[in-house]
Design a protein around this ligand. Structure first.
Ligand SMILES: [Zn+2]
Ligand SMILES: [Zn+2]
Length: 352
């Protein structure tokens, strides 16, 4: 996405103020969030809107690099809020917009992460010029603001504005706050608690931290990593589809199923292909209780070209047919007796 497209996505001109950018982005996110908008393309619109916003923010605030790492300890420094905090126009207060990728398990159970990054902003001391103006005269032009330049082998002299002082005749020195670069980079490290129930596209505001005169807030856009086993459907229902041995399914055996909390034993039932594991799914709301987890089984039977398995099946069928025939109360036994009687009587009739 280029800059022009990014502004178009948010319905703005490139000269829109920061506040306008943020306001339009908020309005569009509220309108297109898949939690609230059931349109088929709500998810992709939401992503474009967030990409556009991120692009513009990085253009205006300076980019920061991403270096999230998994933290093993759980002492949370900051609890992320579900919605961005109101905008402040205070120039010493900046917001770094970045994405954070969470695994589906982390999104379901909540997690704590240490986020490291760099944030570059315009130097306040020199307003980005990289230099400050001294009281003494410019040494290049001796304070006149103009320099003579030889042209045509020194026969003529051109007068030009002094490049070193910009023509005002005053000496410049490199800004000592930013060492002449005009910008400052702060490194930050924040412990952030991610509440359970975050979904793709959610944006969290992390309270500001102080870096000298700079107050730095973080806005974190959540991305959920694709999962090898689970899927989260449009309604926020956690699902899994798994093949099971067809005979184990017929015989109502126990199988191991993956759940967000680990492997679990589940008893198959030949009447059912879909199983509801109550309270083991994705949270029904941010910080809310866990919803149900739906496991769909696909019974798989082996190809019928294994003689050993065919022989086992034949003996299984023979044994179950014999026991059914011996039992008058069973439909199979009743059917066989009825068929035998009928066959007998037709033979007798044919014999006359
Ligand atoms: Zn000068
Ligand atoms: Zn400076």
């Amino acid at each position: 996405m280029d800059t022009q497209e990014a502004y178009a996505e948010l319905g703005l001109d490139p000269n829109a103020s920061d506040a306008q950018v943020k306001a339009n982005w908020r309005r569009l996110v509220a309108a297109w969030h898949p939690d609230r908008n059931s349109a088929a393309d709500a998810g992709s619109r939401m992503q474009s809107i967030n990409k556009a916003y991120q692009h513009i923010r990085q253009l205006r605030d300076g980019g920061g690099e991403e270096d999230p790492d998994d933290a093993s300890d759980s002492g949370a420094e900051a609890t992320a809020a579900p919605e961005p905090a109101p905008t402040e126009s205070d120039s010493a207060r900046k917001t770094h917009f970045r994405t954070v990728r969470l695994s589906l398990e982390d999104a379901i159970l909540g997690c704590t992460r240490t986020l490291r990054g760099h944030f570059t902003h315009v130097c306040n001391a020199c307003v980005g010029k990289g230099q400050r103006v001294l009281a003494k005269a410019c040494t290049t032009c001796k304070g006149s603001g103009a320099v003579h330049k030889a042209a045509l082998f020194g026969w003529l002299w051109n007068q030009e504005s002094c490049a070193d002082c910009g023509g005002d005749g005053r000496q410049r020195a490199a800004c000592d706050v930013c060492e002449g670069s005009g910008e400052r980079t702060v490194a930050y490290r924040r412990r952030v608690r991610f509440p359970a129930g975050l979904r793709e596209g959610h944006v969290l505001s992390v309270p500001t931290s102080h870096h000298g005169e700079l107050e730095l807030g973080l806005e974190l856009q959540v991305e959920i990593e694709p999962h090898p086993v689970f899927t989260l459907d449009e309604e926020g229902v956690l699902r899994c589809e798994m093949p099971v041995n067809g005979y184990a399914w017929m015989a109502a055996r126990w199988v191991e199923v993956p759940t967000p909390d680990g492997l679990q034993q589940m008893r198959l039932n030949r009447e059912a292909l879909v199983y509801r594991l109550a309270g083991q799914g994705f949270p029904t709301a941010l910080r809310g209780p866990r919803g149900d987890y739906m496991v769909k089984v696909v019974p798989v039977f082996p190809d019928q070209d294994d003689p050993a398995q065919e022989a086992l099946l034949d003996s299984l069928i023979a044994a179950s047919t014999r026991s059914a025939a011996a039992d008058r109360t069973q439909p199979l036994g009743q059917w066989q007796r009825r068929m035998k009687r009928w066959n007998h009587s037709t033979k007798e009739a044919a014999g006359d």
